[in-house]
Ligand binder design. Structure first.
Ligand code: CTP
Ligand code: CA
Length: 229
């Protein structure tokens, strides 16, 4: 894809991006996790930096190299991700939640490795809800005009589910992916529809995650209030 030097339309802006998937430990050697690769979040970080933004990337277990010119905060659990995102969001112009946040975490953490015992059935794992970080950021905007963006992977009635979720979360934009066939976790390419709280609907054709990232930044840039002068 031949792209020239991008317009620095995000210069002077601070954007916060979460990427990857949280891991919720059961004991020192085991966790509940998910298959988010972090590639979309990293594409968002690279493209925002290329457009002149100061970027804070809150990374959860991607194993990827820190992108150049980006402040990276490494986290493990949803609770840690929440702390890092809320802290960075305090002076952010935009927050994009591309991370797959575990909905539940084990109720308790065993400080020693959980052992099996002969002739005994395993104990069920009790779970508790994790905080909803996107909903919290959207409800308590740290700055007037802060733009808040979520991601959702949906099946069945993808657009109706997306509209519902956008409303529930209270964010400005929701990037909705349809799960299935070529849309596998870890893929280099993506297809999506970006739903806006104002009713807007922007389809993004199947293509590189950078192209989707640039569309997200176009929509964010359009919504940012004029910078103070
Ligand atoms: N998200 C979040 N905190 C959570 C769960 C999700 O901030 N505890 C964010 C994700 O980063 C994503 C958006 O919310 O940007 C949508 O995630 P999704 O899992 O689709 O939403 P849920 O409300 O958890 O709905 P579902 O029951 O479909 O998983
Ligand atoms: Ca979820």
């Amino acid at each position: 894809l031949a792209r020239g030097v991008p317009e620095p339309d995000l210069a002077g802006r601070h954007v916060v991006i979460s990427a990857g998937g949280t891991r919720e430990p059961l004991d020192p050697v085991r966790y509940l996790g998910n298959r988010s690769s972090g590639k979309q979040g990293y594409a968002l970080a690279r493209t925002a930096a290329a457009r002149g933004a100061r970027v804070t990337l809150v990374e959860a277990s991607t194993g990827m190299t820190d992108p150049a010119g980006v402040d990276v905060v490494h986290v493990g659990t949803a609770v840690q991700l929440r702390e890092a995102v809320l802290k960075a969001a305090a002076d952010a112009d935009a927050v994009v939640m591309a991370a797959a946040v575990a909905d539940f975490r084990p109720l308790s953490y065993a400080s020693g490795k959980i052992k099996k015992k002969d002739g005994e059935e395993p104990a069920p794992v009790a779970l508790v809800r994790n905080p909803d970080i996107l909903a919290e950021v959207a409800a308590d905007r740290a700055r007037p005009g802060q733009v808040v963006v979520g991601f959702a992977a949906e099946t069945d009635d993808v657009l109706a589910n997306g509209r519902d979720k956008l409303r529930r979360k209270g964010c400005d934009l929701l990037v909705v992916n349809e799960v299935g066939e070529r849309k596998t976790f870890g893929a280099e390419e993506n297809e999506a529809v970006v739903l806006a709280a104002d009713g807007g609907e922007t389809p993004v054709p199947y293509g590189p995650k950078e192209a989707l990232a640039d569309t997200v930044w176009d929509l964010v840039a359009h919504r940012l209030p004029a910078p103070p002068r």
